[in-house]
Design a binder for this molecule. Structure first.
Ligand code: SF4
Length: 697
């Protein structure tokens, strides 16, 4: 029966980084339905299927409702919270006393609220003495963060969503907005300037089909391609030398370097004709407001940092930054990837500071009122080094929160073997059925989005509030509450006595942000954020008093000490595992549909979302290859890489270029094939290039 709501409240969605505002319909304080918020400055009344279905996944029967401890029979069995907390502390303390404090690590996520991330990172490192912790944002946004830090001096995406509607030229690289960020694509569709939209992507994606032009670049030829665009801009005298001289450094070295990247050389590498490269350069030159956008096609790439910087270089050399409709703009993945990048205290000290900088450590210790000796003096290992640390026996205990490593980590069978080697694995999650929870020694039942409060930071740097509109099932608790209980049980509760509620933690984060590019000291409280429709950082006035569409670097001053942005470049490197006779196809992976999310941990719980997406794994192949191989849509095929063999259905698809195959990342078989290799600067896994063979199963 339909339930008539008696009140509404607003909050942001908890899936992707768009950060749509949702109006939650309440009956006696409990959410019964939702609809998109029309007045929220992000989504303007729109939501994608995941947002519409956000409440239904909370009711799944496999929610973790009590702590689960692996018993003598080898099965996970219900345990009381005090028993679970004792097991947590006893096992991790035992491991630390035997092998040192750094022998226990944590893996977090871009799905926790900012306040929980900051508390987790502080508790683990300052309270429990851990050295190493990272998040699943390493799989998603680390490249963008690293590229911005090196180029701009801070992890500072410069744009606001209004820019989607103000550009007259948009270059989208490795970004399938239609599917991955459908509401952002809706904003592009509202652009009244008839923009030229150029999609650079090996696949003919939904976005490529809708663009002005699709450049089906050969995989991993991005650097040569974009360096040649820079080459043509310089050759033709189309560089904004006034901007370059006033606001950047190292341009001359870059200009000399790209002399070798002639369009002819790039055409050979990329498969894009010389005339097309020259035409793209002219389009960029003639545009009044040119913007460059990228997502996972760039980030999940062994050369990702330098590719992102190749785009940043193009924006800088043409003066397309800091003005409406411009920018070199990374589109984030998860709802709080930006929170994780700045406030998770994993590989960077709180606020985007550095563990290795004594001044930073002194400052954070002073604000938090803790002894500076409690702050590690070395950087944390990134995700893949933590995994290697398990292999080498240096990491023996692991605490995984809200991420599904056993499904999503690259070269999955290796990852599962490593998790199985741990002395003690704790998984804190909403569901006890994830592939990772099934391997745990202890499962801690966590509340999900809608069952707790805090803030997310979206792609355009906007803090938005989430609220408790449902009671978590059984004995599940918010991650914030679990962290506070662990602090008490561990014996370091005193250190976190000020962290009483998420909003109290937000005040601490505000104090830590003072003077940083991400300063948010002006926000009054959650209510201020709520009234204003969120607030983009920096925000040094009340949120309701600031313009809701603000971009960075309008004054041409960047975050390096000299105020100048850097040009950065590097010679392209060959693919580590190119197709060959034995494995003749290149396998690409990525998002399959707007209705599914990552490892389907949540979205598979919605009957509506399941109907919108094939439940059985499939591989896309181009018509030409399918004809040669004798495949028709619906055939069963086996895919084999040097790491594994899987069987899936085949879909003959116009999206695919010859010699390439595509599998969505949402299926747990996908990463049985992928090759573990990483960008050397961001340490992000390169998921989209491994050699495979295909045959009828
Ligand atoms: Fe949620 Fe992203 Fe969909 Fe918006 S686009 S409703 S933030 S999943």
């Amino acid at each position: 029966a339909k339930i008539k709501p008696d009140a509404t409240t607003t909050m942001v969605c908890g899936y992707c980084s768009t950060g749509c505002g949702l109006k939650i319909h309440l009956k006696e304080g409990e959410a019964v339905n939702l609809s998109p918020t029309t007045e929220y400055p992000v989504n303007l009344g729109m939501a994608c299927p995941k947002g519409w279905e956000a409440l239904s996944v909370l009711d799944a029967p496999d929610r973790a409702t009590t702590p689960l401890l692996r018993g003598p029979t080898g099965e996970l069995e219900p345990a009381a919270w005090d028993v679970a907390l004792n097991e947590f502390c006893d096992n991790f303390k035992r491991i630390q006393s035997e092998s040192g404090p750094g022998s226990v690590a944590f893996l977090s996520t871009g799905q926790l609220v900012t306040e929980e991330m900051a508390l987790l990172g502080s508790l683990a490192k300052f309270g429990m003495g851990m050295l190493h912790g990272d998040g699943n944002t390493r799989q998603c946004m680390a490249t963008a963060a690293t590229a911005y830090k090196q180029s701009f001096g801070y992890d500072a995406p410069p744009y606001t969503y209004q820019d989607f509607e103000e550009s007259d030229v948009m270059v989208l690289v490795g970004s399938n907005l239609c599917v991955a960020h459908p509401i952002m694509w809706e904003r592009v569709c509202r652009n009244p300037h008839a923009p030229k939209i150029i999609v650079v992507d090996p696949r003919r994606t939904e976005t490529a089909v809708s663009a002005t032009e699709h450049l089906a670049i050969k995989p991993k030829s991005d650097l040569a391609f974009f360096y040649s665009v820079a080459h043509v801009l310089i050759r033709e005298g189309w560089v904004d030398r006034g901007y370059v001289d006033a606001h950047t450094a190292d341009y001359d070295g870059f200009a000399e370097f790209v002399q070798a990247f002639t369009p002819e050389r790039a055409a050979q590498a990329s498969g894009i004709a010389v005339e097309t490269i020259e035409a793209l350069s002219r389009t960029i030159h003639e545009g009044q407001r040119v913007s460059f956008w990228w997502t996972m096609g760039v980030n999940q790439n062994y050369e990702g940092t330098r590719i992102a910087q190749a785009l940043i270089n193009l924006a800088l050399m043409t003066g397309n930054i800091g003005r409406p409709g411009t920018g070199a703009n990374s589109i984030t993945g998860q709802c709080n990837a930006m929170g994780s990048r700045l406030w998770s205290n994993t590989t960077g000290l709180l606020g985007g500071r550095y563990f290795t900088n004594e001044g930073d450590r002194q400052h954070v210790a002073g604000v938090l009122g803790i002894p500076v000796e409690k702050i590690p003096t070395e950087d944390s290992w990134p995700y893949h080094q933590i995994m290697e640390g398990i292999r080498e026996g240096k990491i023996r205990g692991l605490w995984i929160l809200c991420t599904n490593t056993a499904h999503s980590w690259i070269h999955q069978s290796d990852a599962r073997e490593l998790l199985g080697k741990l002395d003690f694995l704790v998984v804190q999650d909403m569901y006890h059925t994830t592939e990772t929870a099934q391997l745990a020694d202890l499962v801690l039942p966590a509340a999900g989005w809608g069952e707790k409060e805090g803030t997310f930071i979206n792609s355009e740097r906007r803090f938005g509030v989430v609220k408790k509109v449902r009671k978590a099932p059984g004995e599940a608790l918010s991650d914030f509450s679990i962290l506070r209980l662990i602090a008490e049980a561990w014996g370091c509760g005193e250190m976190f006595k000020e962290w009483t509620t998420p909003e109290a933690a937000f005040k601490i984060i505000q104090r830590l942000s003072a003077g940083l590019p991400s300063d948010i000291t002006g926000v009054e409280d959650y209510a201020d954020l709520d009234r204003a429709g969120g607030a983009q950082w920096p925000c040094t006035e009340k949120a309701v008093d600031v313009d809701q569409q603000r971009r960075l670097f309008a004054d041409g001053r960047f975050c390096h000490q000299d105020g100048r942005a850097r040009f950065l470049w590097e010679e392209p490197r060959p693919m580590p595992e190119p197709p060959d006779k034995e494995f003749p196809y290149l396998l690409l992976t990525g998002r399959g549909a707007a209705s599914q999310w990552h490892t389907q941990t949540r979205t598979s719980k919605s009957a509506v979302l399941r109907k919108l997406y094939p439940q059985k794994p499939y591989v896309e192949i181009g018509a030409q290859d399918a004809r040669r191989e004798g495949f028709r849509t619906g055939d069963r095929v086996a895919l084999t890489s040097r790491r594994g063999r899987i069987e899936v259905g085949v879909t003959v698809s116009p999206t695919m270029m010859p010699g390439q195959l595509f599998i969505p990342m949402h299926y747990d078989v996908t990463n049985q094939l992928t090759l573990a290799h990483f960008d050397p600067y961001s340490h992000q896994p390169s998921y989209k290039d491994c050699a495979v063979s295909i045959e009828k199963a």
